[in-house]
Every structure is written in C-alpha cells, then in structure tokens.
Design a protein around this ligand. Sequence first.
Ligand code: GLU
Length: 489
Amino acid sequence: MSRVRTRFAPSPTGRMHVGNLRSALYEFLIAKHAGGDFMLRIEDTDQERFVEGAVEIIYHTLDAAGLVHDEGPDKDGGFGPYVQSERMKTGIYMKYAKELVDKGEAYYCFCDKERLESLRTEIVEGKEIMMYDKHCLSLSKEEIEANLAAGKPFVIRQNIPNEGTTTFHDELYGDITVENAELDDMILIKSDGYPTYNFANVVDDHTMGITHVVRGNEYLSSAPKYQRLYDAFGWESPVYIHLPLITDENHKKLSKRSGHSSFEDLLEQGFLSEAVVNYIALLGWSPEENREIFSLDELIREFDYHRISKSPAVFDYTKLKWMNGEYIKAMDFEKFYELAEPYLKKVITKDLDLRKIAAMVKTRIEVFPDIEGHIDFFEKLPEYDAAMYTHKKMKTNGETSLEVLREVLPILEAQEDFSNDALYAALLSYVEKKGVKNGYVMWPIRTAVSGKQMTPGGATELMEVLGKEESIARIRAGIALLEQSGSSN
Ligand code: GLU
C-alpha cells in the first residue's frame, strides 16, 4: 500500500460551509489515522466565483478547527504549486489535455455560443444541461490546425462514446454503472485557457499522489467522467468517498437561510471550535462504541472511514448546543474566564467580582451568549411579581416570605463577614432556631436579591457577589413589595 495522502480542495468562494468542513475533517482524519499526509489545495480556476478574502477564511477555518495541513501553498511538500491558477501557469493541464487529444479521448471544439445554444438540453438533477453533439469531433487535422492558427477561440472536450457503460467504485455507494450515452462531452480546458474543476481535480489528485478523496455527493454524478479520465491516462483512481447531504431539521439541504450553515456563523453564535468539530465528525460517521464526546486526537485514533454512513445527516442545532455545553463544563476555568469575560462585561458595569459570577454560570450555559440571561439581575434588580415568593415545594407564600425577610434583615445587617460561607452559617442557625426547612428561608431571600425564578447560584452565593449594601437594599425592596401586595395582613 502506498502512503495515505488526502487533500482538502476548497474553492475560495466565501464562508466555509459545514459540509465542506466535514469533508476537510474526514480527509484530515483518514490521513492522520493512517500516519499519512493531509494537503491543502486551493481550487481557484473558476475566476467568476472567486471571492476576495475567501482564501484567508480557508486558512483561518483550518487553523481554528485544528486541522493542520502537512502541505499547501504555505508549506511546500514537493508536490506544488498548491494553487490551481499557479499550476495552470506551469502548463500542466494543457499538457495532459493534449495527451488525451492525441489518444482520441478528447478533442478541440470551436463551436460558438449561438451554435451551443441551439443544442439539445436535458434536465439533470433539476438543472438544464446541454448535451454536446460531438460536432467538432469530425473536424480534420487540417481544419483544426487552421482554426488554431487563425486564433479562433476553442475549448477541449472529453470524448465519451455514445455506446457502452462506465463503472466506478465508491466506498459508500459501491459500484455504480452508468450508460455512456448519458454522459456529456464535458469541457476539460475552457476558452480562457483555465481547466475546469472536473479536469483539474483528476490531474491534480493523480500528480499530487492523492489516495483518498472525500467530497459531497453532489459530485457523484460526475464521478464516471472522472473515472474515464483515469482510465484514459492509465492511472489508478483514488478511493472515493462521496458523503451524504447534510440537511436541516426539516430535511431540507442545510442552506445559508438556516443561519448556521457555515463554520463562521457558528463561531459568531458563541460555539467553541472543538465542539463544532466534534459535532461535525458525527454527521455521517459513528464510532464503534456508543460515545459522543471526542477530542481531535481521539477522533484520529478512532476514525475508521468504513463506518461512514450514506444516509442523510441531520444537523441538529439543539444537540450541538448540548455538546458545546459539555465542552464548556469540562473547560479549564482560566480559559473559560478569558472567553466569558467580554460577555460578562457586556452586562455588568458595576464593580462586582466577575470571576465568581463566571464560576457560577460555567456549568449552566450551552453557548457563551447564554451568559447574559443568567446574570442580568446582578447589575440591576428587575421588576418582579410578588407571586414569585409562593413556592409549593418550599412551602412558602407571600406571608411566610415577608416574615422571613423581616427576621433575616437584622441578622444580615449585623453580619460583618459577607462571604458565602459566613452568610450560610448565619442563616443556617436562624433556620435551626426557627425549626423550618432550608428552602423556607433561602427561597424568599434568593427571590428578593435576584427577582428571578432561576439564578446561577444560591441565596448566599448571590449575596456574596452583590455585597452587603446592595443585598440589604434588595431585601428591603422585597419587604416593601410584599407589604404593598397585601401579604402583611
Ligand atoms: N473545489 C471543490 C469544492 O470546493 C472540491 C471538490 C472536491 O473535493 O473534489 O467543492
């Protein structure tokens, strides 16, 4: 077996779609699992689709996802150039196209736009496809020479016979056989001299020693044509793995409209790149054991591409959020704090201990923007309804709460040490003296200091952060609210 070499071959057309990142990840994992090479190749032959800044996005994405390439435009591994527009300048595509012309597997075509527009069209996968009628295949050598000498624009087309069949093998789909008559004589070299993706990917994968190709199954219909090119050259084709479509929860193709179809979208929404990578790994691949959390190193160890499934993968945003929460829980506190700080500062302008607040929310959020909703009450006591003091399980209501708040007020005022532990001890002795359950006392206090049903910490933890003055002011406000609502009588 030759050394395993895979490539990620994105076209610089914008943000990195989740489907592309999955291809990159699987290519990376296949190479690393086998101790092979993972290569980056930029496919920029379609100049019309080129988007400024998109190459930077590719580098940034691979870097953020931890998919370190062994070779690429910035890392020569002896198979360069790694950018197709630069490879074109070496004349490689024209050289191989001419080799096919000499073999009768390709031909020059000088048909103009008007003629092409008059040709038969077919609907393939919802798109109207023109089937070229091989008109220029019958040109004599002299006619071709004369056209070329006259500078007539031309393309080079693949010559696919009208009879017979072509078979190729895909790891997921098995052997696929198609009628040659259904295959169009696709363009290999365009009139601007650039190769088409369809031709360049074959020449490059072969000349760059690629052994495994992972890509979206939108390329499946072109694969027989690629196979014919490999056969025409007498080259061995790589192992093909065409991945199933990624759909949204409604089983529609994951599109920009979903709002989370690209890696950048997800990072902007506060997801951790490690969690996104972990989640994407499972979009079509399942490990042997029933487990879901994998670091990149663990994925490298476990990844067996034979376990990729061909059923459509559903992008489950809720599941990704859960997974992100797991990563946040497991994260080292210092790193968490660094990432959480901007979100904390967005809400809290007062001089409060942000590290303590961060520690409280760490286990409660799924994505960083969740922080806001958990901590807003620290900054300002929200308006709340006196009904919140009523809690069946804690056996509290407005009346019991008012009594408790009135009684704990002097205890808190006398309390010098406002640390969580000291406050807890002081309140516990009150609880014991009163002969009630903890919640009977803690529920009203927590309600008074937060004005919320759910808080990231208990009553005493919150008071420690709020400080004595603010806590007491809020207890007083609670008493006033309960008095007003008529709980005193
Ligand atoms: N340039 C193609 C794309 O971005 C690559 C497809 C492939 O991996 O062969 O979709």
